[in-house]
Design a binder for this molecule. Structure first.
Ligand code: 4NP
Length: 158
């Protein structure tokens, strides 16, 4: 298998997907997995902006600095650049499928499809909620990131 390249996608690319990217980078590093990772939004509201301060604080509480991350919008080229594209919720998944080119090679799915017992579930949008909601977001992206690292590590051994 070629080097995994994974893209995490939410709506704004400032709350959920930066945390998913951070959790995956950490889990991959801990496991010694060499993988490319990035995140994007289906919307362009926050292009070139750093993550939401609540996501920056959540990552910092886990010892991860994401202040240098910058928002960007999902583009059609991503479907060839990445081996896997993960949507945080069903609306993101629909938006991803809507621009997916016919020759896309990336595997597209919901992020929580990776977690046994939570297949088909969404990671709720915490943007309009309080800071404590970001703990739930972190728990969701972290469990999925660990499952993804385990899956990719297994595939690379085959
Ligand atoms: P995210 O959260 O998709 O997890 O980054 C949101 C960020 C911004 C907006 C909505 C959701 N917004 O409407 O600006």
């Amino acid at each position: 298998m070629t080097q995994p390249a994974v893209l995490f996608v939410c709506l704004g690319n400032i709350c959920r997907s930066p945390l998913a990217e951070a959790a995956f980078r950490k889990a991959a590093e801990d496991a010694g997995l060499d993988a490319h990772a990035d995140s994007a939004g289906t919307a362009a509201y926050h292009v070139d902006e750093p993550p939401d301060p609540r996501s920056i604080a959540m990552a910092a509480a886990k010892g991860i600095d994401i202040r240098h991350y910058r928002g960007r919008q999902l583009v059609r080229e991503d479907f060839a650049r990445f081996t896997h594209i993960f949507a945080m919720d069903h609306q993101n998944l629909r938006n991803i499928e809507a621009i997916r080119p016919g020759n896309a090679t990336a595997h597209v799915s919901l992020l929580l499809d990776l977690v046994a017992g939570r297949e088909g579930a969404a990671i709720a949008d915490p943007y309009y909620d309080g800071e404590d909601r970001f703990e739930d977001t972190w728990d969701d992206v972290e469990v999925a990131a660990k499952a993804l690292v385990q899956q990719l590590t297994g595939e690379l051994k085959q």
